[in-house]
Design a protein around this ligand. Structure first.
Ligand code: NAD
Length: 273
């Protein structure tokens, strides 16, 4: 595989480029994941809430690629937070995936008002100690959630998967992650497609003779992010993977970095429940 890996703080490796399946209908997921695996992707990002874990698992099983060569991530939904309910939700996800080992399990959102993310993470620690999960992490956590989680569980999450694209560069969180040894994984890395039309992105794409999507994925890789773009179109799935034979220069990185306006495409993690 041409994809370099990140070494997580627990010693496990995760590919820097993966394939996300948010909003991919259950009926289309098998074909999309099959196409992605054939294109060379070896990391798939799903969630219980996406209702497509079953076709993700089926596509991996039928690909002929050994299970231990594909990095599988799923996420625990908000309503299942809590120690016992997290253990049950994990079993349900594994049954959907048809797997007995998960590479990465994430708490999908902090839902801080419910105050159950500490107990949820303790359940994740139990499952990891049992060898059923390789790595445990979080998604959409803010610095105060991370600080509390680390203090109360004694464990630094391996990953925080957060909304991140040039309009929301997340410099504060990325610095916090670097300081604590948490890997940054970027969701909606293309701004759900909106940033492909940004004139600055289009201009840089012309400079390097690549597509806007390839420029954005390169920007993530060169920042050190793990990146999980989504598409159901086979040519785009392949295009988004074809990013390991060119580089953006320092000026181009700086120019893209200046697009940060703090604008989200998704919900606010401090209030989303
Ligand atoms: P994205 O930024 O990956 O954008 C996807 C959209 O961009 C596609 O639907 C398509 O319209 C367009 N697109 C993709 N490749 C293209 C190409 N080469 N040319 C033209 N258009 C192209 O958005 P996303 O799906 O929201 O995010 C990616 C993944 O991140 C998801 O699939 C999911 O796995 C994850 N995610 C996680 C959370 C979370 O809360 N943890 C939230 C949202 C998404």
């Amino acid at each position: 595989s041409p994809v370099p890996s990140v070494i997580l703080n627990d010693g496990h490796l995760i590919p820097r480029l993966g394939f996300g399946v948010f909003q991919v209908p259950e009926q289309e997921t098998f074909d999309a994941v099959t196409t992605a695996l054939a294109a060379g992707y070896r990391s798939i990002d799903t969630a219980a809430a996406y209702q497509n874990e079953a076709p993700v698992g089926k596509a991996i099983a039928e690909s002929g690629i050994p299970r231990d060569e594909v990095f599988v991530t799923t996420k625990l939904w908000n309503s299942e937070q809590g120690y016992d309910s997290a253990l049950r939700a994990f079993d349900a996800s594994m049954q959907q995936l048809g797997m007995d080992y998960l590479d990465l399990y994430l708490i999908h959102w902090p839902v801080a008002a419910a105050d159950r993310y500490i107990d949820t993470f303790r359940a994740f620690q139990t499952l990891k100690a049992q060898g059923r999960i390789g790595s445990i992490g979080v998604s959409n956590f803010q610095p105060d959630h991370l600080t509390r989680l680390i203090a109360e569980t004694g464990e630094v999450p391996a990953v925080n998967q957060i909304e991140l694209h040039p309009a929301l560069a997340q410099n504060t969180l990325r610095a916090f992650h670097a300081e604590h040894g948490i890997a940054t994984e970027a969701w909606s890395p293309l701004g759900q497609g909106a940033e492909l039309k940004d004139p600055t992105v289009v201009d840089i794409a012309g400079q390097v003779d690549r597509t806007p999507a390839q420029v954005l994925i390169r920007w993530h890789l060169q920042l050190g992010n793990i990146v999980i773009p989504k598409s159901v179109t086979p040519a785009r799935i392949r295009e988004n993977f074809d990013v390991f034979d060119f580089e953006l220069d320092a000026d181009q990185m700086t120019t893209l970095g200046a697009l940060d306006t703090g604008t989200r495409v998704g919900p606010d993690p401090d209030t989303f429940a």
